[in-house]
Ligand binder design. Structure first.
Ligand code: ZN
Length: 499
């Protein structure tokens, strides 16, 4: 049983990670012996999730494959709490008590909200109704519970006035901005449905099938979050009998696994591996901040509507099976956006070694812009190895760790060859950026060839501007001292075109 849960956690934790569905902080996932549900708490700056090894007691007899999905639903549920539920639950608890709202009602409504958000983010349903015995829903609390079990589908309800009200409440929970907002909505619920306390007790009794002393049920996972955050004794007792299956200690596994994402370079625009297996650290946070700055300036000029979601979601499974093509991205695009296409050529010659840290940030900025739906495009790594010009192309957005595999280590630049070999990408781009130190020793850039195709190149160099004359090689040169200045320049170049 433990092995099965562990296998599911290993597999799904990685999916959650690759799909960008985890919170920023570290996670520690534990299997708790003799425990029949799952819960989450935030302590010592990390998210701790306990998954009970008895959770399969809560479902019907289901196949092996189904039971894995059922276990995964618990993990997705608790991860959704970690991302969306207010970490400090004490003030929620106080607000609930002062309004005489039962904590378990809050738990139910908050579950509705966080599961709805997770369904949107992951495109995955929880399917509780498929795996669990269903109760007959007679009163409002049970009806709400059943809608949640049905992933928000309320078509099983008749159209009585109470049914309609419960559905309305359910929808308002899903639309609530945060956990405290749920409390406000529940004040009305309590006025509307006077028997809520009894109904909750009743439901708890129905759900608690066994006589286990410490049994908690689906209505109480947040009660545990509240207790575990403050009650040292309970926390010790929970951690004592549990096995850590995923924690910071595993970050290395994750990063090595993510590094395999290098294989997602575009086959038709690559002739070799140019990125390395080694994942270097770089300042992805700075890239996020600079991208934010860029978006603001750019969107004000252009009147873009920023979408929250990435335009392409990565299909982690397809990735791990070594897939290359675009069909493995689930496209989500809004029509109102006309995205600018960017083609970046990254000089991976040895002289770029010391600049690569900054260049990763510049690429990270473009990567963030593509995640935010502002641009789309590619980055092509170029180099020369054993007298052969090599290039490898990635399509944005890419994982941050993949950017960490871009290094300066080759004997020469191979820029001209990388550009000619990828002329199809350049032709469909609005901007061509070449990230280089201008220390170009091999084939010169054939400007005329590109001009005849209507293509103009912008060279980008970060370092001492006096040391580098990019205009010699490119139509425009951006020689700046740091990444911040680089972004300012890019805003002015791209912005100028669009005012
Ligand atoms: Zn919950």
């Amino acid at each position: 049983m433990k092995e099965k849960i562990q296998e599911v956690i290993d597999d799904k934790y990685l999916d959650l990670c690759l799909d960008g569905l985890l919170a920023q902080e570290a996670y520690e996932i534990r299997i708790k012996h003799d425990f029949n549900t799952a819960c989450w708490c935030f302590r010592d700056e990390k998210h701790i999730i306990f998954i009970g090894d008895n959770i399969l007691d809560n479902c019907k007899k289901i196949s092996d494959e189904e039971s894995k999905e059922y276990i995964a639903s618990y993990l997705y549920h608790e991860v959704a709490h970690s991302v969306h539920t207010q970490r400090e639950l004490e003030s929620i608890n106080l607000a609930l008590s002062s309004n005489k709202i039962p904590f378990s009602l809050f738990n139910l409504a908050e579950d509705a909200r966080i599961e709805s958000l997770m369904r949107i983010d992951s495109s995955r349903e929880f399917k509780w109704a498929k795996y669990e015995e269903l109760l007959e829903a007679i009163n409002p609390v049970e009806k709400l519970f059943l809608i949640i079990q049905n992933d928000g589908d309320s078509t099983f309800l008749k159209e009585t006035s109470i049914d309609k009200k419960v559905i309305e409440y359910y929808e308002s929970f899903c639309k609530a901005d945060n956990s405290m907002h749920i409390v406000e909505i529940l004040i009305n619920w309590m006025k509307e449905f006077k028997d809520t306390d009894d109904e909750l007790n009743n439901l708890q009794n129905k759900l608690s099938s066994s006589d286990q002393e410490q049994e908690i049920n689906a209505l109480e996972d947040l009660k545990y979050s509240l207790l575990l955050a403050n009650n040292e004794e309970l926390f010790q007792e929970m951690t004592k009998g549990s096995l850590v299956v995923n924690s910071n200690a595993n970050e290395e596994d994750i990063s090595s696994c993510k590094a395999e994402l290098n294989t997602v370079s575009l086959e038709e625009n690559s002739n070799a591996r140019v990125a390395l297996d080694k994942v270097a650290t770089w300042d992805s946070q700075l890239a996020k901040e600079l991208a934010e700055l860029f978006s603001k300036t750019f969107m004000i000029k252009k009147g873009y509507v920023k979408t929250k979601k990435s335009s392409k979601r990565i299909n982690a499974k397809a990735f791990r099976q070594g897939a290359y093509t675009d069909k493995y991205f689930k496209r989500k695009e809004t029509k109102s956006q006309v995205k600018k296409r960017v083609a970046i050529i990254l000089d991976c010659s040895g002289s770029m070694y010391s600049q690569m840290k900054e260049m990763r940030v510049v690429i990270g900025v473009f990567n963030e812009l593509s995640k935010n739906g502002i641009i789309e495009g590619t980055v092509t790594l170029s180099g020369v190895q054993d007298s052969t010009a090599i290039h490898e192309t990635f399509r944005f957005p890419i994982e941050d760790e993949v950017i960490g595999t871009f290094h300066g280590k080759y004997g020469a630049e191979g820029i001209e060859s990388a550009m000619k070999e990828n002329i199809n990408l350049l032709v469909e781009s609005d901007y061509i950026f070449v990230l280089t130190d201008g220390d170009i020793w091999d084939a010169p850039i054939d400007k005329e060839f590109y001009h005849n195709k209507g293509l103009y190149t912008i060279g980008i160099y970060i370092g001492n501007p006096d040391k580098c004359n990019l205009n010699k090689w490119f139509d425009k040169g951006v020689s700046v001292q740091n990444t911040q200045n680089c972004v300012d320049e890019l805003v002015s170049i791209i912005g100028e075109d669009h005012v």
